[in-house]
Every structure is written in structure tokens, then in C-alpha cells.
Design a protein around this ligand. Structure first.
Ligand code: ARG
Ligand code: ZN
Length: 469
């Protein structure tokens, strides 16, 4: 049915007539190529225009590296089926993909032309794709995996490890392992199947659908029904022990703990259920259908809040566990609309660490705030504009600590009642979506009835140490 209609559209076009004018959003109704980026000033080619990706079905086969001294490289063989809904009549469109070899692209069951240009996989289907009509794009690809670096030089993306891979892709590293519209504005659901040598475990986001073994290979199937930003997708592979349990409130948990790690490495996970219950009192109901942790014996140098299943490098400390858990509300359910909004992720998660520490009878939030405010005004710390830190400043200390201090100060400014309402309403109103710093200010103003222009100006939009409220 879909094919027939598309063919009809192509015939109309060939006859020189325009497709029906259906664009109501100001976009031209004339068929055109989709844009090569989502319009993010920090990563102009991340994400794409002209369509929404609504679902990814990833079928990966991964051969990890041989033991040392063999090179630290693996082999990935994959088929990615991306369901897209054009937002205009499309003559061609892009997916983001860095490296790897594309063997074929099939759109609506017909082979499509494709070219590679920088990190763009440019796809030209046989016929124009009409606006609003979902189509499957099937990309078959393979390649040697390595240890990709982000613009700051940190490991990210599909990071090959001796026993598998640590997959942590913030901000735009998912393109290192699958063809993707790699920007938080284009959230989608996922089914991910990873086939690995028997004995290895592949851990994804969301629910474990099952695993099956044949001919020395085990396929692990994971499913995420809640929309997810691409940087939060993982499919990590290692010598993990899977621990499946349920919180007293009935939330299914799957932890994947590297068997090569000492028990102390995962001791920080012990209070996971208490932490979830505590953050629910602050931020509202836990936003997803499952949770858990991946603790790998290798290191990318940081932890990442991969959706429903954060990944930790070598050990999961209690503070970091609280931080990555808080991200499930603050960053994952409500995500940054632009990468410049990153302080809304890291400020909230760091502030949540303060809340947990105080709740647990250690350093209070007031003490943590005082520590930040004790940093001299002359320190370079205060020179980061946290609502626009630049692509090289995404993970600057100030984004975390000044971000947390900003939220603490905002509580002083608008009062506990309005701030507590804001803490729940923010991840509720923008659930499964994205929002900006301006959206956050507007919500704080709505809930407090105060004009907060001067406050936000001083705390997030201006370099220099702000005065205490
Ligand atoms: N969002 C992570 C956290 O604070 C940090 C990710 C760092 N990523 C990077 N590419 N350096 O939990
Ligand atoms: Zn964080």
C-alpha cells in the first residue's frame, strides 16, 4: 500500500505537477533533500532534517578482540532498520554515520542510492518519500571497531575493550556504531539484538527480551518502549554477571557486573532501591519501566547515564550512582533541546547528589553550596557561562558545580514550596521530550509568580561569580 502510493506520487512529479501542498509548518511542500543537521550550533551535522526517526531495530553481531597482544579491535556486522516519518516530501535524506562500511541501503523494500560525506550517510530512495508516511530504511554495514574520541579527546561511542565494548555515546557518538539521527530532539524507541561469542554478555537499555545460543554464539535481545535520545543508547559487551532483582516498589532491576571486578567495585549500588524511592519524593515517579547498572572492568574515564542502565568505569561510587540515577528524570526523560542546555542535565544531577548526601547523613546541601561559593571570584571556574559553555565546555566542572549551586540558589530565590513543585513539574511537563534553559526559566516563573530574568542572567547567562541571593 505504501509503495503504491509513493509510486503514484513519483508519477505525478514526473509529469511536472507539484505534490499536494500539505506542509502546514512553514516548510515548503516542494520535494527536497532533508537537512544534514538538526540545527545544533555545537554539533551542526548531528541529527538530520526532513524526517523524524521513530524506531530503531538494531541487529548486531560482534566479535571482540583476541587476547593481548592482539590489537584492540573488534568486528561489527550489522543490519539497522530505522523507521522514519518524513516531515516534508523528501527526495533524499541523511543518517549520521562515522566510519564503518555500508554494504547496502534499502528503502521501502527497494535498493536505494547512497553516498558518504563526512559523518553523513546520504540516501536517495528510488521514489520521493511523501510527508507523514512512515518508511523503513534498512542499512547493512560492517567494520573494524576501535576507540573513538569526542571533540575533547575523551573516549566515546563504541569503545572496544579487551573483553568486549563499553558503549557510551554522549554527545554524538552513537554514529560510531549505527546509522542514526544523532541528536536528542529526535528520540525513538529501540529493539537491539547483539550476538556475541558464547560466554560474553551484551547489555542494552530497557527490558531483557531474552537470550539464545546456537553454534557458539549468544544473541541478547533488549527492548526500550520509552523514547530515548541517541546518546543514551548502549549495547555494552563484557564478561558480565547479570543480577536480576526487583525493588520493594516492584521496579525490575538488571545489573551487569564485570566478573573480573572485586565486589567492592559495585558496593555503591547497594542503596539503589532507597535512592529511587528518595528521588521519587523529589522528582516524581521514576520515568521508565526498568533500571540497573553496567559496571565494566575497563574504563572510558567517566560514568554515563545510559537510559535505564547507566554504565560505570571500573567502579560505581555511591555519589556517582545517585548522580546517574537522578539523570533518568533530569536529562533522560527531559533532555536538552540543544547541547548548550547541558547544565540542565549536569546541574540537576549534581544537585541531586547533594540531596542524597544530606539525606544519607553526610555533607549537607548547604555545605556543598558553601564549598562552591568559597571558590574565589578570580578563579577561572566562574568564567564558564553554564547556559552556553561551548562544545569544548560541555563537561566543564562549572557546568556541574555552578549548575548545582544555581539550583540551590534558585530554591532560596523562589522558596521551598515553589522549588519543590518545579522539581516535579520539570520532568513531568517535558516527559519523553526536550526543553531549553528558557523553558526552565519560564516554568520557574510560572510556578513562583516571580520575574527571574535577573537571577538567570547572573547565574547561568553571565560569566563571573554571582552575588548570593
Ligand atoms: N553525562 C556524564 C555524567 O556526568 C558525563 C559524560 C562525559 N562524556 C564525555 N564525552 N566526556 O554522568
Ligand atoms: Zn552527569
Amino acid at each position: 500500500m505504501v509503495c503504491g502510493l509513493a509510486a503514484a506520487a513519483a508519477v505525478v512529479l514526473a509529469a511536472g505537477a507539484a505534490l499536494p501542498a500539505v506542509a502546514a509548518d512553514g516548510e515548503s511542500s516542494r520535494p527536497a533533500p532533508g537537512a544534514s543537521g538538526a540545527g545544533d550550533a555545537y554539533f551542526p551535522f548531528a541529527g538530520n532534517g526532513g524526517y523524524d526517526a521513530v524506531h530503531y531495530d538494531l541487529d548486531l553481531r560482534y566479535q571482540p578482540p583476541a587476547p593481548a597482544p592482539a590489537p584492540l579491535t573488534g568486528q561489527l556486522t550489522a543490519v539497522a532498520t530505522v523507521t522514519i516519518v518524513p516531515t516534508r516530501h523528501l527526495t533524499s535524506f541523511d543518517l549520521d554515520l562515522r566510519g564503518l562500511t555500508v554494504e547496502s541501503v534499502v528503502v521501502k523494500d527497494r535498493p536505494a542510492e547512497f553516498t558518504r560525506s563526512g559523518d553523513e550517510l546520504v540516501i536517495t530512495p528510488k521514489t520521493i518519500l511523501p510527508r507523514g508516511r512512515a518508511v523503513d530504511v534498512v542499512v547493512t554495514y560492517h567494520g573494524a571497531t576501535g576507540r573513538p574520541l569526542d571533540i575533547e579527546g575523551a573516549l566515546y561511542g563504541w569503545v572496544t575493550t579487551r573483553d568486549g565494548a563499553m558503549v557510551a555515546s554522549e554527545p554524538e557518538g552513537s554514529m560510531t556504531w549505527y546509522p542514526v539521527s544523532d541528536h536528542p530532539t529526535d528520540k525513538a524507541t529501540y529493539d537491539v539484538a547483539v550476538t556475541v561469542p558464547e560466554g560474553r554478555v551484551a547489555v542494552g537499555n530497557g527490558d531483557l527480551v531474552g537470550s539464545s545460543t546456537a553454534n557458539g554464539w549468544t544473541t541478547w535481545e533488549w527492548s526500550s518502549r520509552e523514547p530515548m535520545a541517541s546518546y543514551l543508547v548502549t549495547a555494552s559487551v563484557g564478561n558480565y554477571e547479570l543480577r536480576q532483582w526487583t525493588t520493594p516498589d516492584g521496579l525490575p532491576i538488571i545489573d551487569a557486573i564485570d566478573r573480573d571486578l572485586a565486589p567492592a567495585a559495585s558496593a555503591g549500588l547497594a542503596q539503589t532501591a532507597e535512592m529511587i524511592a528518595f528521588f521519587e519524593t523529589r522528582f516524581g515517579p521514576y520515568p521508565f519501566s526498568s533500571y540497573g547498572a553496567i559496571v565494566d572492568d575497563d574504563s572510558v574515564g567517566y560514568a554515563l547515564e545510559t537510559q535505564t542502565r547507566p554504565i560505570y568505569s571500573r567502579s560505581a561510587s555511591e555519589g556517582t550512582v545517585a548522580h546517574e540515577l537522578a539523570h533518568q528524570w533530569m536529562g533522560n526523560s527531559v533532555s536538552p533541546e540543544r547541547w548548550s542546555d547541558i547544565w540542565l542535565n549536569e546541574g540537576w544531577a549534581s544537585y541531586a547528589e547533594w540531596l542524597w548526601s544530606e539525606h544519607d547523613g553526610r555533607t549537607t546541601a548547604a555545605e556543598n553550596f558553601a564549598d562552591v561559593m568559597a571558590i574565589p571570584a578570580t578563579s577561572s571556574f566562574w568564567q564558564t557561562v553554564i547556559a552556553d559553555p561551548g562544545p569544548l565546555g560541555l563537561f566543564a566542572g562549572a557546568v556541574y558545580d555552578r549548575g548545582a549551586a544555581t539550583l540551590y540558589a534558585l530554591r532560596q530565590e523562589i522558596g521551598g514550596e515553589a522549588f519543590d513543585a518545579l522539581s516535579v513539574e520539570w520532568p513531568t511537563r517535558y516527559k519523553d521530550s526536550v526543553a531549553t534553559t528558557d523553558d526552565f526559566q519560564a516554568l520557574a516563573e510560572e510556578l513562583s509568580g516571580q520575574d527571574l530574568e535577573a537571577f538567570f542572567d547572573a547565574w547561568v547567562w553571565t560569566a563571573g561569580k554571582p552575588a548570593l541571593p
